[in-house]
Design a protein around this ligand. Structure first.
Ligand code: UCC
Ligand code: FAD
Length: 601
């Protein structure tokens, strides 16, 4: 035996090749869409300061925050029911990185910027641009921040309402919008009960008993509560009369504020008569403690008028749904940045991925979804900024658009995020499926975006609610906005844009025709068409936004190509659905037969 070649104990030969891994570079400086959008929309005197801050923040994400986000995934929260001596404590244990995220969020003003309003009507754009960069690297800390923002919104408007004693909301509001990490609070949003999360009105059986001091004690079971470690929450419950009777349905629900911890008689902090029965075992969002809670005499205070709980909490839903859209587009962008870096690192069939035109076509399609989603989410954010801080107040059209587009944007971008995340993982081949690459969690975390904060169908119904409640005014505002803004695009005469503008006009015309026809077809038709109708509203509006961006003087050839590609798809699927008879009673019966075909319990 020669010493090197024939030893029984030779070091395993594994070959010389090791794949270079994808790296995240500054997510601000590498996102031309974000920068050009902000440049196009924010006055120069503000843009410069915002640009500098986002550049710095992008560096911090790469150097510090992204690694903390990884830690949150690797060290998920746990629940300790009892201390060593048998005392029930229900302590949620979160990792150090999760706790650091809270401090970063406060210091960076991730909620505060939306309320300090240093940049007037552009403050929301600034705040949300930071959150868009932060979210995908935050280990899901974006979730408690979304709820904190939603709660701040409700509390801010409640504090202006003089019809009830509201000063107890001052301190929590100041904490939610604080930039001091030792003062900053996050909030929960406890709506879902065992009986359901969509049909909250039927499912809620948490009861609220008024006490002599004007507070309430709540008794109930909250079935999904994300960020169980939050400092406070807004929740729904039914107020009983003295005989213990309560009003069923939506009309019987009231909104309550409560703090999750209170001081016990010895001055020690303990849960406010809350038992955390367990933490959910979830497909994704594993970084986030999502618990089931029993409220057993939890002390709470009524916010606003009794029996207007759903209406009162809808301000929170608007904000959290906007955050959901933001996280959908932020997640797509983050994965795409990694995928783009991989293009010149991975070779297939003798050439780099970046030289493979079929792969580049696949990448371009993902990029297109991301850009369209981005413009849509930031359009809703722009409208939110106008609604809150426009000098002289928002116009009726702006208010209508915010109401209509919030659910439409949430439902559409969530679906885009699931599909782009799936394709994004595939762009890494088998590596995209391996846990230790850190990639699979992007798909797992995306899947929840179309479920929580209202599923796709429930938000399609909310779109119809917005239309019905405004007697169609929100749709008038929608078509006015499309026409006005497209008329400016067609004047620019950029190559290829005119024919795309014409396609959007045709699609918008088809949508109008569908709307006028649907009024004669009965409510069942509109119910069956609701999802395709919302998709049509989304695609047409996104087409207009892409064209508007492409017509901007600073736009690139890529922006023009993106607009052209988007307009080449079916922009108004509800028209095709109607032509195919999808919304007829007969089609509905056939759908039912298809679903149950050969299904026997
Ligand atoms: O999932 C959750 C937290 C997840 C973690 C946070 C993620 C943050 C983002 C991601 C970042 C990473 S919390 C649970 C979320 N739950 C839902 O979204 C519930 C889904 N269900 C619905 O949306 C339903 O439509 C309901 C429960 C809101 C309403 O159903 P009802 O009972 O049929 O309601 P009504 O009777 O139609 O409405 C009652 C009142 C009406 O006003 P009035 O009384 O003036 O006639 C409605 O017009 O509430 C008004 N209203 C609204 N107003 C209802 N929805 C809205 C709305 N969206 N905007 C304005
Ligand atoms: P269901 O309502 O039972 O939906 C089942 C199916 O029916 C869905 O496909 C839905 O689209 C469809 N459907 C329902 N209604 C209609 C309709 N009218 N028309 C057509 N189709 C319909 N909730 C909270 O309150 N606070 C939280 O912090 C929270 N955190 C969560 C965290 C995670 C990880 C998850 C997964 C959920 C969380 N939820 C939370 C709950 C979440 O909001 C609900 O699960 C969601 O709203 C859906 O409700 P559901 O589970 O009852 O589904």
């Amino acid at each position: 035996y020669s010493e090197n070649s024939n030893s029984h104990y030779q070091h395993a030969h594994t070959g010389d090749f090791a794949q270079e891994k994808p790296i995240l570079f500054n997510p601000y400086t590498n996102d031309g869409m974000l920068k050009s959008y902000l440049q196009r929309n924010i006055p120069q005197e503000y843009f410069q300061a915002i640009d500098e801050d986002l550049h710095r923040f992008g560096d911090a994400i790469v150097s510090e925050i992204d690694a903390l986000g990884d830690q949150c995934e690797l060290l998920p929260p746990t629940l300790t029911h009892y201390d060593a001596w048998g005392k029930r404590i229900d302590k949620v244990n979160t990792c150090a990185a999760w706790n650091t995220m809270k401090r970063i969020a406060a210091k960076e003003g991730l909620i505060a910027h939306g309320y300090k309003r240093k940049y007037g009507q552009w403050s929301r754009m600034y705040q949300m641009a930071k959150l868009y960069l932060f979210g995908p690297s935050s280990g899901l800390y974006s979730c408690p921040l979304a709820m904190a923002d939603g709660a701040a919104k409700v509390l801010e408007s409640a504090l202006k309402d003089t019809s009830f004693e509201n000063q107890f909301l001052r301190n929590p509001f100041e904490r939610l919008v604080s930039m001091d990490p030792d003062v900053f609070w996050t909030s929960g949003q406890w709506m879902t009960e065992k009986g359901g999360g969509s049909d909250v009105a039927s499912a809620t059986d948490t009861l609220a008993y008024e006490q002599t001091d004007g507070t309430y004690k709540l008794y109930g079971y909250k079935w999904f509560t994300s960020a169980t470690d939050a400092d406070m929450t807004l929740t729904l419950a039914r107020i009983t009369d003295q005989s213990g009777n309560f009003i069923p349905g939506s009309k019987g629900l009231s909104l309550f504020y409560l703090e999750t911890h209170s001081l016990d008689p010895e001055g020690k902090s303990s849960l406010n008569q809350i038992q955390i029965t367990r933490l959910k075992d979830k497909l994704g969002t594993r970084q986030l403690p999502t618990g089931e809670l029993i409220l057993d005499g939890t002390v709470a205070r009524l916010v606003g008028a009794p029996s207007s709980g759903v209406r009162s909490i809808s301000g929170m839903l608007t904000l959290t749904r906007i955050h959901n859209s933001l996280m959908s587009v932020g997640g797509m962008r983050h994965l795409l940045l990694l995928s783009k870096d991989y293009l010149n690192k991975r070779k297939v069939f003798g050439s780099l991925l970046q030289d493979n035109s079929l792969h580049m076509q696949t990448m371009a399609r993902m990029e297109l979804e991301c850009r369209a989603g981005f413009l849509f989410a930031f359009e809703v954010i722009r409208l939110l900024g106008l609604d809150e801080s426009k000098e002289g107040g928002p116009t009726e059209d702006e208010k209508n658009l915010l109401r209509l587009l919030t659910p439409v944007c949430k439902l559409y971008t969530a679906k885009q995020a699931v599909s782009v995340s799936s394709e994004g993982l595939e762009s890494f081949g088998g590596a995209g499926y391996l846990e230790d690459t850190g990639l699979p969690r992007h798909l797992r975390d995306a899947q929840v975006l179309s479920i929580w904060e209202g599923t796709t169908n429930v938000l399609s119904m909310d779109t119809l609610r917005a239309i019905a409640k405004s007697r169609g005014q929100v749709l008038n505002s929608y078509f006015i906005s499309i026409n006005d803004r497209l008329s400016k695009v067609s004047d620019k005469g950029k190559k290829g844009l005119r024919s795309s503008v014409a396609k959007v006009h045709i699609a918008a015309g088809d949508l109008r025709a569908f709307i006028s026809q649907s009024s004669t077809m009965g409510s069942d038709t509109m119910f069956l068409a609701a999802r395709d109708f919302s998709y049509s509203l989304a695609r047409i509006y996104m087409a207009m936004l892409l064209l508007e961006h492409a017509a901007w003087h600073g736009a690139t050839e890529a922006d023009v190509h993106a607009a052209t590609l988007w307009c080449a798809q079916d922009l108004c699927p509800v028209t095709s659905g109607l032509r195919s008879g999808f919304y007829s009673e007969n089609s509905s019966l056939l759908d039912r037969a298809l679903v149950f075909d050969s299904f026997k319990k």
